[in-house]
Design a binder for this molecule. Sequence first.
Ligand SMILES: [Zn+2]
Length: 604
Amino acid sequence: MLTLLHLTGGLPVLAQSTNHVAPLLHYTLTIDSTDLSGYRVSIQISHAPHRFRLAMATHHEYDDRFWRWVTDFRVEGSAAFFREDSAVWAVTTAGGQVTVTYRIRLPASGAVHFAHRPYLGPNGGLVGDLHSFMYLVEDDHLPCRVTLRLPPDWVAATGLDRVQTAPMEFTASSEPMLLDAPILVGRLHSWVFTVNGAPHQASYLPVGAAPGLDTVALVNAIRKIVRGCADLFGGSPFHHYSFLLEEGRVGALEHANSVTIGIPTSSLAAGAQDLYEEFAHEYFHTWNLMSIRPSSYTGLNYGPQQQSPGLWFSEGVTMFYADLICRRMGLRVEDSSRPAHLAALIRRYYENTGNTVFPPSMVSLAANALPGPLGDYSASTHVQGELLGVCLDLLIRDGTDDQHSLDDVMRLMYRRFGGRRPFRDSDVEEAVRSVCHCPDAHSFFVYHLYQGKPIDFNRWLRPVGLRLETGSQPAMSARGQPLPDTRVYAWQAPGDTQLRIGIENPNSCWAKAGLHTGDTITGINGRPIQVRQDLQTVVSTLHTGDTVRMEVRRGPRTDVVAVYIGGYPVPLIHLIEDPAAGAKQRRLLEQWREGLSNRKSLPG
Ligand SMILES: [Zn+2]
């Protein structure tokens, strides 16, 4: 039997079955301007099975646990339901057409207003995605239709496919696509431009009536970033793309064909130029993370977050290109030159000593997890991965006499893995070896990826005649005073009432006093510690030579640990151009410094 689905926007239009007809999902999201404390969602399920489960999904990178804010869950008609798990509702019905309704009650915003979380204000807000829509656990690849009911003068911007004849009707080819498409609503300012045949829309939600910055300059910068990525990859994994810009909020989050980006108040005066690299980073993720996927970053899941060992490539190499694409397109970047940027990265690499101790796969796995997997070390998959990207780029430029670069690896990875199976480290090695055939490529992956040895900078910088000299010096204030060792923080697991300690370095005065990451802290200097800020408040007033008494619960007893506050060393990094460098090294250095794309077709 064939069933005609009344959907448009490039969706499959036929569902074929003999005994079982695939359910159809029609979501309606309603915002009432007289009550902006939340919004209502209804899900109309046609051809519903007799038993099914609806769940709120967990994002791969964070867990906002928005199931806590679901209220008034109801199923219309003769149906029974119960909450099977925190995030899961089980429903039993007679089948046929079933309508489920619930309300999302927006939580009070904390001190930090994250751009990826739903909110509503008199001017508009953010709704949609996995914070709003539940998915059918037993069948999570159904085409979806979405109807928005908004206050009269509000419009919507989203990565969902728009139904041409109805401005508030959208479609998604599957539930994962629906749950990965936030919807910016309100009195938006929007611009549309096309690059490589793909329409891009930038939509801006101001705090007041008008944007607080020069939006023409901002949209021009976005257009350059889009052009830079299009030039690199050629093709794109989307038919259209939406930049969702939220004034007065912070942070950014990539999606399959959209991004939410906060423009904090502090960035308005400078026209958000300090965010250009972030724009480039998130947009580059559309290829490297959303399309070229690391393992575990696939499918929908309502359980705990899934960690991935491949973020050194997905995050780190994306950092590499955020800087490089902005340079190529003449946009403002943080560091004055590529060598200055490299020196800054290497300093951060040695500052977080976990980068030199743990293999990239372990640092990746710890990236979005709670503190603990790396013990008393801290590490950054972004820094470690970006430096691995720098070294791979130099290795390829040297091995091909600058005929090829990491750009070719990205194109090859996109061709091989874009929208297909997740990649592994060995797949990246295979792509590098396809591009450059250089003997060092295998040893690079063996040493640094498979065995996890620290990056041997002098080996990989030699082809461009750069030499690294390292040392250390006491951390000093701008006035030349030794800085106290404050490498400690408090953290709390979701749902846990206890505060725990995070130690950033096993040689810190905190670790030497016998404290460890994960210890439960109850007080400091005789005063109770109740929220994370309590510890930071005390730590921010410390001087070298002070002693603090930390109260730590260990099993049934509470220990008092005296911590003598010392200074701490910071790495000294000198990147030196070797005066004895040969002609090829000098030429490669010049070309690397320029950072231009060397788009040559690959053999085979
Ligand atoms: Zn990222």
